[in-house]
Design a protein around this ligand. Structure first.
Ligand code: NAD
Ligand code: UDX
Length: 478
């Protein structure tokens, strides 16, 4: 089966970069990415390729190469569906905020809307691919909706979960550890559909890295991968608290255990807590599915990963209050970083939001600098929590595009994202313009603690005992 036209519904963090790479590597296939969000599509089509809506290192170059040649962005969803032999569904599947499963289950309303739209529009046979992360057995629901459209069109449903991480999306897509394709392995039609997708990836991914499984294994593997990854972060973060109490250094512990080839060195970086749009949502989804099968012990086991993560964010904020003499009321605290990790402008579930919210509730004034996140986004994140009015958030939080101005006259600096540029700042200059004693709370442990303490900072790095300033200042801030 030769595919000539692909449609991808959803031009977000996954749909955009994934389709850009597929188009780059398959110049003979037309790839149209559609979305109902007109603003987003307009940004993908912006003449200046640097203005595309998602910041990922290397992405603008790929878009520049393929856009207008065989990569298109459009709001005309029906037309793209009709034309394509293969349709990826890459829409959002956030945690439900209402009704049954509220706060746990994945909200599948956008997925179902896509299925109904495909069923309404399609005139010839289609391969429909789940690119979004979905609860195991969603393919059965999709098939039910599509097969009952009554227009004689035949569908093959494949699961092809995406494993890219934000900030390294292009790298991850260009050289994935594996590509996973789940489908109906018991029928010839199913196998042919899977092969059509294998052929697309085989243009640049080695055959041995393309795994084919039954559709349920593929769906469940995606939730499992994220649960295991998040579990590693929560495990090392749990140990970071013990390190702070005992004099052990969490980085040294991580290195020592990571050299055991059975454990491995990756994903053992202690932090102020994991964020991002996937980990929490997907674990909650896994917990919900386990509960719905009556598997309470399985559900409780995985829920602990989230409980630990919430604890890590809260204890980081609490430590700031306790260290600043039990009050931050009226004190200026500089937040370096807002994104959930470096090299992305995505802030979904970022630990920074929760730390800032906690400190604002303690009446602190927060001043934020992030190299890629907009002021509008920062206020939107705080407003979304609904802790206080929009006016109060704007009164208590200031966003400045200059890190030195952000730190000026502050009582403390909290490093909440691990942006590389923070390491190369002139920390003496920052120290000189802060109130004394000057505190740094390094939630990512990226700064040179020894050097900073010699300048005069008091250092609180995650997973390490506190380091007092070597050169104490006599002046105490008012
Ligand atoms: P996103 O919110 O950035 O993008 C989703 C897009 O789908 C939005 O632009 C939205 O307008 C559009 N959309 C929703 N319903 C639509 C409809 N009916 N028709 C047309 N467009 C519609 O989400 P994302 O981060 O790209 O995630 C998409 C899926 O991929 C989710 O299931 C997520 O769990 C999964 N995933 C995300 C990542 C990641 O790093 N962000 C990684 C792997 C998997
Ligand atoms: C994750 C998965 O890695 C990816 O495979 C999946 O497709 C989507 O979800 P992402 O959320 O983009 O990707 O980023 P990731 O690098 O996994 O980081 C998630 C969070 O964990 C970030 O807040 C990061 O700072 C934190 N983290 C990660 C740590 O605190 N320590 C680590 O060692 C690794």
């Amino acid at each position: 089966m030769k595919i000539k036209n692909i449609c991808c519904i959803g031009a977000g963090y996954v749909g955009g970069p994934t389709m850009a790479i597929i188009a780059q590597k398959n110049p003979d296939i037309n790839v149209t990415v559609v979305d109902i969000n007109e603003k987003r599509i307009a940004a993908w089509n912006d003449e200046n390729v640097e203005n595309i809506p998602i910041y990922e290192p290397g992405l603008s170059e790929v878009v520049k190469e393929a856009r207008g040649r065989n990569l298109f962005f459009s709001t005309e969803v029906d037309a793209a569906i009709e034309k394509a032999e293969m349709i990826f569904i890459s829409v959002n599947t956030p945690t439900k905020t209402y009704g049954m499963g509220k706060g746990m289950a994945a909200d599948l309303k956008w997925i179902e809307l896509c299925a109904r739209q495909i069923a309404r529009v399609a005139k010839d046979d289609k391969i429909v691919i789940e690119k979004s992360t979905l609860p195991v057995r969603t393919a059965a629901a999709l098939k039910d909706i599509l097969d009952n459209a009554g227009n004689g069109v035949k569908y093959q449903i494949l699961s092809n979960p995406e494993f890219l991480a934000e900030g390294t999306a292009v790298e991850d897509l260009q050289a994935p550890d594996r590509v996973l394709i789940g489908g109906d392995i018991d029928t010839e039609e199913g196998k042919a559909a899977m092969q059509a997708l294998v052929d697309i990836y085989a243009k640049w991914v080695p055959q041995e890295s393309i795994l084919t499984t039954n559709v349920w294994s593929s769906e469940l593997s995606k939730l499992t991968a994220n649960a295991f990854l998040a579990q590693r972060v929560s495990s090392i973060n749990a140990l970071s608290e013990l390190c702070e109490k005992t004099g052990a250094d969490v980085n040294e512990v991580a290195r020592a255990i990571g050299m055991d080839s059975r454990i491995g060195p990756k994903f053992l970086k202690s932090s102020v807590g994991f964020g991002g749009s996937c980990f929490q949502k997907d674990i909650l989804n896994l917990v919900y599915i386990a509960k719905s099968f009556g598997l309470d012990e399985v559900a409780d086991y995985w829920e602990q990963v989230i409980i630990m993560n919430d604890h890590q964010k809260k204890r980081f904020a609490e430590n700031i209050v306790k260290t600043l003499y039990n009050t931050v009321s009226g004190k200026k605290i500089a937040s370096l970083g807002w994104a959930f990790k470096k090299d992305t402008n995505d802030t979904r579930e970022s630990a920074a939001i929760y730390v800032a919210d906690y400190l604002i509730s303690e009446q602190a004034e927060i001043v934020v600098y992030d190299p890629k996140v907009t002021e509008e986004q920062i206020y939107a994140d705080l407003d979304y929590l609904g802790t206080r009015s929009e006016e109060e958030n704007r009164k208590l939080v200031t966003v400045i595009k200059d890190p030195y101005k952000v730190c000026k006259d502050s009582h403390a600096i909290a490093v909440l994202t691990e942006w590389d540029e923070f390491k190369s700042y002139d920390w003496q200059k920052i120290y000189d313009c802060m109130l004394k004693p000057a505190f740094v709370f390094d939630g990512r442990d990226i700064l040179d603690a020894q050097k900073l303490s010699e300048i005069g900072f008091n250092l609180n790095s995650i997973g390490k005992p506190k380091i007092e300033a070597v050169k104490k200042e006599a002046v105490i801030a008012e």
